[in-house]
Design a protein around this ligand. Sequence first.
Ligand SMILES: [Zn+2]
Length: 254
Amino acid sequence: MKIILTFDIERDIPNNLNTFFGVKVGLLKILKLLDNFNVNATFFCTGHVAKYLPDYIRLVERKGHEIACHGLSHERLNHLGFKKCQAIISQNKKIIENTCQNSEIFGFRSPYLNPPKYLFKVLNNLGFKYDSSIKSQKNVKFYQKYNDGIQEYPPSNYNISLRICINYSFLLKLMFKKEVIILCFHPIEWINMKEVLRNQMSGFNLFLNLSYRPDRWLNTGDKFNTKIHNFIKDSLSKKAEFLTLKQLYFQDSR
Ligand SMILES: [Zn+2]
């Protein structure tokens, strides 16, 4: 059983809340949690965060985690043409390469997990080795039609799934039937997002976020940290192996 923990490092709620509480507070809690168990993870970073908060990205790298790309400013790449999409991902990669000290960048995840059909061609042109954006294994072939030089690692969970379960044992049972699971997280899940929304928003916008977008705040904060702490602890006791996607890629290409 191989488990890959992945984190998307971006503004708190792209296009809605342009603050960085997740990066400045949540990310440090995540690093502490991973340190605690001595496990490494993959961090998909926007160029925007790397440019304005480079010390956080360097800290992640120094801890031995993998840094990968996640767009320049969390654009909806499927709404852009090929050239523009390639220019954005290229700039994203350059900023990350300039921010990091020794990391060679291998991976990409499309913002909103909504890749354009020609994504693999763009990634191949820019020297990436793998992608982790396609929600279903069934759809991977569609993307490979445009270029098959990229390895796909589809995420196993969506935005809120781990936060909804009161305990994760059911999910764990499902997941342990698979050989490899790739879990997606965001640093905002490690901070109390209900409080952040109340402090940062007001009126109709606050109402909308609290009523219609529970995925943005439900069960975030210390409760979630404890849940993932227990998940890692249980998984390690069951002899699961924690890897970065880059390490998985090397194992697969041997
Ligand atoms: Zn994202």
